[in-house]
Design a protein around this ligand. Structure first.
Ligand code: ACO
Length: 323
């Protein structure tokens, strides 16, 4: 049976770092409020003229280098983003050209903060079905471009960045090749779309719009739905929470992450945390966290890693893989 194994990770964060104290001068908020309610201490914002594809290309280059591959080795690029460079073409095609790749195919996936989990599941499907042997999966966002800087309930939460993972097909089971993606679980409920959305778009308003969120309601759905999807994905893989070596959750809010870990009966020292330094980078948050943890040498071959995320839609899901 074909499986998809992670061959390399990479990430990129824009140079500009903005501490919580930056918002104290422009809004009725404090560093203490932001830290205690969210766990966020700072975030990165893209420079003027720096686009989602630029962040994605930088992350992709690092992933290729770590995988010992060049762009021509890839069959496909899947970019998860809700902040594409342009309405079309897909940001993934801009990344493809930027990497100098002359073959294969490239497209975007949009499931907001759950985007990377959806993209990873989708890339795994491409590999399992034989459509591709090597897929570059990227989460990249410039959420600073859709912030309402007068809304203290949202603009302090988000940041910009990109993370990338290269999946490669392996054949066989029961050998060292029982590594790779073991199971996926995807969910959406469009009835909850008004809890978190952008109030502009090509067809409805002809504007870009700003992110709008009912934070406390999102929070309430998050812990319950994330613990639920993590349980389902483990069941599908024939595993239990006790088998997890690392949880790499979407980095939106430390309290959501801790609440979910508690529901899963998972100690916090098995949870990868980057929310303090990155804020919520939407679809980029999981590949960023994966790449940062990989850089720190946290993962050992054979480790069981669960990723889970929830975002606008609402859409949520999880992937379990063996490193
Ligand atoms: N500084 C100071 N006060 C603030 C701030 C701020 N930055 N933001 C909100 N407040 C105030 C509110 O106005 C409210 O004041 P009021 O009681 O006078 O009306 C008070 O704080 C409490 O507001 P709540 O929204 O109930 O605060 P809560 O404890 O729920 O924290 C937060 C808000 C941090 C947004 C939290 O609800 C949260 O993290 N929700 C989940 C968000 C999330 O994960 N979103 C991303 C999903 S990912 C995606 O798809 C993009």
């Amino acid at each position: 049976m074909r499986r998809s194994v992670v061959r390399g990770t990479g990430h990129y964060l824009p140079e500009r770092v903005v501490e919580n104290s930056y918002f104290e001068s422009m809004l009725d908020t404090t560093d203490e409020w932001i830290r205690s309610r969210t766990g966020i201490e700072r975030r990165h914002f893209a420079a003027e003229g720096e686009f989602t594809s630029d962040l994605a290309i930088a992350a992709a280059r690092q992933a290729l280098e770590r995988a010992g591959m060049v762009a021509e080795d890839l069959n496909a690029i899947v970019v998860a983003t809700s902040t594409p460079d342009l309405t079309f073409p897909a940001t993934a095609t801009i990344v493809q050209a930027g990497l100098g790749m002359q073959r294969g195919f490239a497209y975007d996936i949009q499931a907001v903060c759950a985007g990377f989990v959806f993209a990873l599941a989708n890339a795994d499907g491409l590999i399992r079905s034989g459509q591709a042997d090597r897929v570059l999966v990227i989460g990249a966002e410039t959420f600073s471009r859709i912030m309402d800087w007068t809304d203290r309930g949202t603009c302090v939460l988000f940041g910009d960045g990109a993370g990338a993972v290269i999946l490669e097909a392996v054949e066989g089971e029961g050998t060292s090749d029982d590594r790779g993606v073991l199971a996926t679980d995807l969910n959406s409920d469009g009835n909850l779309r008004e809890l978190l959305y952008v109030d502009g778009g090509v067809s409805r308003t002809g504007t870009v719009g700003f992110l709008r969120m009912q934070g406390n309601l999102v929070f309430r759905h998050a812990v319950e739905k994330l613990a639920g999807t993590a349980k389902r994905v483990l069941d599908k893989a024939g595993l239990t929470p006790g088998d997890i070596d690392w949880l790499v959750p979407h980095q939106a809010n430390l309290r959501i992450i801790a609440g979910t870990a508690q529901k899963m009966q998972l100690p916090m020292d098995k949870v990868v945390l980057t929310v303090a330094d990155h804020g919520n980078t939407s679809a980029a948050s999981i590949p960023l966290a994966l790449s940062v943890a990989d850089t720190q040498g946290k993962f050992k071959p054979g480790d069981v890693i669960v990723t889970e995320a929830i975002g606008g839609g609402m859409s949520w899901g999880s992937v379990v893989l063996r490193w």
